[in-house]
Write a protein that binds this ligand. Sequence first.
Ligand SMILES: [Zn+2]
Length: 761
Amino acid sequence: MGSPRRFSLPGQIPLMAAWLWISLLLLQGSAGVRSDSNYLIGLGSYDITGPAADVNMMGYANTGQVTAGVHFRLRARAFIVAEPQGKRVVFVNLDACMASQLVTIKVLERLKVRYGDLYTESNVAISGIHTHAGPGGFLQYVVYIVTSLGFVRQSFDVIVDGIEKSIIEAHENLRPGSIFVNEGELLDAGVNRSPSGYLNNPAAERSKYKYDVDKEMTLLKFVDSEWGPVGSFNWFATHGTSMSRTNSLISGDNKGAAARFTEDWFNKNGVEMSYLDDLEDSGVPRRVSNIVPEVHNNHHELLELAASFQSPPGKPATKTLSVARRVRSALRQTEKPGFIAAFCQTNCGDVSPNVLGAFCIDTGLPCDFNHSTCGGKNELCYGRGPGYPDEFESTRIIGERQFEKALDLFNKASEQLQGKVDFRHVYLDFSQLEVTIPKQGGGSEVVKTCPASMGFAFAAGTTDGPGAFDFKQGDDQGNPFWKLVRNLLKNPNQTQVDCQHPKPILLDTGEMKQPYDWAPSILPIQMFRIGQLVILSVPGEFTTMAGRRLREAVRQVLTSGGKGQFGGKVHVVIAGLTNTYSQYVTTFEEYQIQRYEGASTLYGPHTLSAYIQEFKKLASAMLSGQPVQPGPLPPDLLDRQISLLTPVVMDATPAGVNFGDVKSDVPKNSTFKRGGMVSVVFWSACPRNDLMTEGTFALVEVLQGKDTWVPAYDDDDFCLRFKWSRPSKLSTRSMATIEWRIPESATPGVYRMRHFGASRD
Ligand SMILES: [Zn+2]
């Protein structure tokens, strides 16, 4: 279906502003960036936006938070770096809450069919940005799919497909190029949400650091020898919780927003202009802007023109027509790859983007410091983002801060990565690792990790999303999946209680195997090297201090002992939430406090020490050129998944109404200004019928000439929201409300809005 609505937007063209942009861009020289290529580099990107209706969102574990539309799309973004005759690594950044063991297993199976042994678990890393606004149900362990009513095949498939396609694109784009690294501080995009936990770390250790969260952003700049800059990946620690636990629009949260802003900026302005000289040399046509249409100055003419169009009824569309021409692909030059920007997650365990602090919603006062409660109740304490009380604004602001810092680091990046590409990977059984740690008073002792369990503080959630989980014993009003499994709860034995001490165990997940495994015990850890950059892939959320300890331990191995390969300089970044998911990792001292992060550190107080011990082994093996044993394989539980989400049965419209008909129109003869909001309601059908992958549910088009409509904004734009709703839960009827918040950059002219979808009848 598709149905246009037109209206006009008068105003003046911001000529001054336009010129300012251009002169700024001309100042951004590319000095120092040209150099000999020493690697093959390739980037790729693909849509992974999942079901935009009825599916529980992953992250807050709030059964009531289900998708109902799209704020902007989710993507998988990949880079491949290869030595011309040597090894290669693949890094994929997902606009998803986290990586999933099952997703990783299935992606690797597909890569094996396609490329043989070129890409394996050892040299492919798949990492999640930790948005809490994406559809859930794509993980395999029971505890992570309770609130989504079990496994959601559609969520899973679109992620696996998208990762595979992003890697194929990166593989096919492999060309000579070079990589630059840069680091800098971003001060106002994260605060510690468990400061009382952090404060339990030794004072001497804390005094080595200025802040109680990491402020560093580490950025890679990819420069294709022929095309110039083609992309950028960076790592910075802050939770994807700018959008709240009641939001229902699919969103990449602050990191997804930063990626969208960066890619749009470069594809519309950046690379062409800052590489003006190169482009003129190579004869590539320079694009001023494809999006600025013919300019009308006369308001009356615009109104008359707008009034001359009628809104036609919705009409069926073939599969190929139903995928709208997208704004970004329409703008792209034919040969040149689009700019790809990824904002990756690192040790964000205790880092909140709600930088104004946590306040009680009843009194407006700051929450209790030690427990993040209000009058003893955790459900009243909420963190506030910089756009408070507007979560979309908070998302935009925290996204923009990361975008601006990334742009700055990108423009100034001058340290070129040089040296080997290498990798190591091992699977470890974290339920029973022996760890050698220093003993108080000298010497060392051997301790053990424990089978996974979650403490009581897990159920309290955090200030980013209090009162989280749906686990209430004896609750028969709860969701059907919980009803199915609640009688399978296990009481921990004394060995487990002692091992996990002082955690009071709420759920002994590591020892619960019915109907299938509740929590992972076998986890992958992985280390990539690209020249003087080292990436540590961890399957969880390390807190600030836990991350610092791990990076420092690996750095010491790599730079000590005169082995010389890394010289004096090595950049170590942690890729959080990578390859699989196992919740949090705190320091031993933070674990004693048992806040949310400690309660969610699954394998006991020595979990971090185990990671450090095993990563040091990987680093030593890499230095000495030795292989490592692969370790025990994690299970593939796909065939055992239970799914209780009701499928779409049918869609219907009232008598005499077609799918795609306008239900609520723009007022006749209306005009709009920048900063205003236009809203049109269409009769719709369930978005689960067609995810519109690499397409759009909503489109704003602008009139060029007498009758040519050109796409201007789609549902991947921050300014356009597609909201889907039903009059009641069991109704077969549904509506799509498309809201366009007219940006300051909009050009005056006549616009129309269109809706696309598919119905089941
Ligand atoms: Zn988290």
